[in-house]
Design a binder for this molecule. Structure first.
Ligand code: NAP
Length: 248
């Protein structure tokens, strides 16, 4: 099915804004056609599509990653529109921060479902197409919280830590097919996810970052683009902190 002469195709979940949008823009510049996943913000996904390199085709697809069948919706869109899938970027994520005594069943279930279940659903749906690609690859967007934990983020840390364990497992499982599986672990990045935090939390995160600034979505995207490129062809099962030193 994969035609080595046609353009490679990337599926980026959570591409309607923030880090996912920056990843989409970088991958288009690297020559990928794109499936731009979103949940409810179709307009945001269309705005991303409008910002990608002019030679790149991009299709926006909405599906709720809390539903384990959603990965198939995204992957079917890639195969239907482009006939191939070469890179899967499991980027979509949510946070519902609360100390555990006040954390609701929904806070727990929704974060685990989107941040961990979503990556499972897309990886399962994309497995066969990625194996057929000349250089199939998965990049999971985790967090340094998945390595170190954080107060008020038991749900998020469990999901992001689970995502790192899944990254290593799938790296082993996919290696015989030549598919690489890696993760990035961003630190504190200014996006809709963090801009709603109290000012003192934002300032504390910046103060704790040795490079003394918040991350920009582009800081994460450029590392993802490298992991997807042939320059990283011998890298699999790796977790790369992209955090200005925050996790040191
Ligand atoms: P963001 O700006 O809040 O964007 C979240 C994206 O995920 C949106 O595109 C959203 O789609 C999508 N999404 C949310 N719920 C979904 C669902 N149920 N089904 C499908 N898509 C859904 O977040 P961000 O800061 O760019 O974060 C991107 C990734 O980086 C996340 O995995 C996050 O955990 C991780 N990360 C972020 C930071 C940070 O400091 N910002 C740090 C470490 C890790 P809609 O727009 O349609 O809702």
């Amino acid at each position: 099915m994969s035609d080595v002469d046609s353009r490679p195709v990337a599926l980026v979940t959570g591409a309607s804004r923030g880090i996912g949008r920056a990843i989409a823009i970088d991958l288009a510049a690297a020559g990928f056609d794109l499936v731009l996943g979103y949940h409810s913000d179709r307009q945001g996904a269309e705005e991303t599509a409008g910002r990608v390199a002019s030679g790149s085709s991009a299709v926006s697809v909405g599906a709720d990653l809390r539903d384990l069948s959603s990965g198939k919706v995204y992957v079917d869109a890639a195969l239907g529109r482009f006939g191939r899938l070469d890179a899967l970027i499991n980027n979509a994520g949510i946070a519902r921060d609360r100390r555990i005594r006040r954390m609701t069943d929904a806070d727990w279930a929704d974060v685990l479902a989107v941040d961990l279940g979503g990556a499972f659903s897309c990886s399962r749906a994309g497995a066969s197409a990625l194996a057929e690609s000349p250089r199939g690859t998965i990049v999971n967007v985790s967090s340094i919280v998945g390595m170190n934990g954080n107060v008020g983020q038991a749900n998020y840390a469990a999901a992001k830590g689970g995502l790192l364990a899944m990254t290593r497992s799938l790296a082993r499982e996919f290696a015989p097919q030549g598919v690489t599986v890696n993760a990035v672990a961003p630190g504190f990045v200014l996006t809709d996810m963090t801009l709603t935090l109290p000012a003192e939390i934002i300032e504390a995160n910046i103060a704790a970052t040795p490079l003394a600034r918040p991350g920009e979505p582009e800081d994460i995207a450029s590392v993802v683009a490298w992991l997807v490129s042939s320059a990283a062809r011998f890298v699999t099962g790796a977790v790369i902190p992209v955090d200005g030193g925050l996790s040191l």
